[in-house]
Write a protein that binds this ligand. Structure first.
Ligand SMILES: C[S@@+](CC[C@H](N)C(=O)[O-])C[C@H]1O[C@@H](n2cnc3c(N)ncnc32)[C@H](O)[C@@H]1O
Length: 371
């Protein structure tokens, strides 16, 4: 089934284009309160923020910035389906205001706001972002007690609207089974500590990432596959360079994004239109990783019990048997909407191919699937 992707270039405090209870998953990273690069964008949304910053009232500025984010969070409650999930990437900030160095704990301020709105808290992820910057340690150096801990992590806060989502009909159950992920992915993705060292950052070059504070494609891809099913609609109210929508495209989900900065429009469009080669390479790497993993496992422990016939590979659990992955075929812009079509991975299997010993040969066959 094709997927649709739309971006609204306006602020997300009012998302009137989105119907009540229509979104399955929100993944986003807002501008971080009290980080200088976002001062201006916050000040444009509320003049009092500018004044508070000018007079050096840091607590007031912090609170007023969060009040703007609160308006978006309360819209999320309206548009999210029952059982829908929200993942928010946020980092706390340190800043010296009036010669006073302090921490601005955005993550706890956001947790409070979500609890007040009635969301349920789910276990969160710490995203470790190690820095090698020469000035990473601040304060009084080797003299106690005035040196400060370096922040080298951010949070991915996770909330749910009400009870667990249900999949009652036969068709819904089937779609859920097809949306499964691999066992070895589960073991990494569902850990509470993420470290992307060594993982390709996808379409964002280093400069774009720094300027736009984009998160890695891998982060968005994981969250979408962990917390939604194929054909769901994913929303990112702070779309930035469009990473969440790209990950939705590669995961066969629909997406909606809001972005206040119209200057990003060309950049977003360019990235969307380049999704096919990037996305198919990503899928190829994902399948190759699975084949390497399962080949090693079979060599160590012997054949596994289950085969996924859609992909023609061995898997560890019965839950992975129906997992489906389609590759990207075409993308077109139609009436301000990007429509993406998919095609099945074609692989001429014989009964012999299902034999686990053939897995290594399949590795090279993957190249043919993708082309
Ligand atoms: C941290 S960046 C998001 C980066 C994004 N995750 C990516 O991968 O590119 C936050 C984005 O939110 C946008 N923004 C700030 N306030 C907004 C608002 N009220 N409504 C919509 N977008 C907003 C900023 O222009 C910025 O592009």
């Amino acid at each position: 089934m094709p997927t649709c992707h739309r971006v609204y270039y306006k602020k997300a405090q009012k998302m009137e284009e989105i119907e009540d209870s229509s979104i399955a998953l929100v993944i986003t990273s807002p501008p971080y309160p009290m980080i200088e690069m976002w001062d201006e964008i916050f000040a444009l949304q509320n003049e009092e923020i500018k004044v508070a910053l000018e007079v050096g009232d840091a607590s007031l500025a912090f609170e007023k910035m969060h009040k703007e984010l609160d308006k978006v969070w309360s819209e999320l409650y309206r548009i999210l389906k029952p059982g829908g999930i929200i993942c928010i990437n946020i980092g706390d900030t340190t800043r010296t205001v009036n010669k006073n160095f302090q921490l601005f704990p955005s993550h706890s301020r956001i947790i409070n706001a979500f609890q007040k709105l009635g969301f349920q808290n789910l276990p969160e992820i710490l995203w470790r972002k190690q820095t090698n910057a020469p000035n990473k340690f601040m304060g009084s150096g080797m003299f106690p007690p005035g040196a400060y801990i370096t922040l080298e992590h951010e949070y991915i806060l996770i909330f749910r609207k009400g009870e667990k989502r249900e999949f009652k009909s036969k068709a819904l159950k089937e779609n859920r089974r097809e949306s499964a992920y691999f066992w070895e992915e589960r073991n990494i993705w569902f850990s509470d500590l993420w470290d992307f060292k060594g993982i390709s950052q996808g379409l964002n070059n280093k400069e774009t990432r720094k300027r736009s504070a984009a998160y890695p494609f891998e982060l968005a891809f994981r969250l979408i596959n962990m917390f939604s099913v194929r054909n769901d609609t994913i929303l990112d109210p702070f779309l930035g360079t469009g990473t969440s929508s790209l990950a939705a495209m590669v995961s066969e989900r629909n997406s909606i994004g809001y972005e206040i900065d119209k200057n990003l429009k060309e950049n977003i469009k360019e990235r969307f239109l380049q999704v096919i080669p990037f996305g198919n390479k990503y899928i190829e790497n994902r399948l190759n990783s699975h084949i390497s993993f399962i080949t090693e496992r079979i060599n160590e422990k012997g054949p596994t019990k289950y085969i996924n016939e859609n992909l023609n590979v061995s898997v560890i659990t019965s839950q992975e048997k129906d997992l489906k992955i389609n590759i990207l075929k075409s993308i077109k812009e139609i009436d301000q909407e990007f429509v993406l079509k998919y095609k099945q991975i074609e692989y001429n299997s014989t009964s012999d191919d299902l034999n686990n010993k053939k897995l290594i040969e399949k590795k090279s066959a993957l190249d043919k699937w993708i082309s």
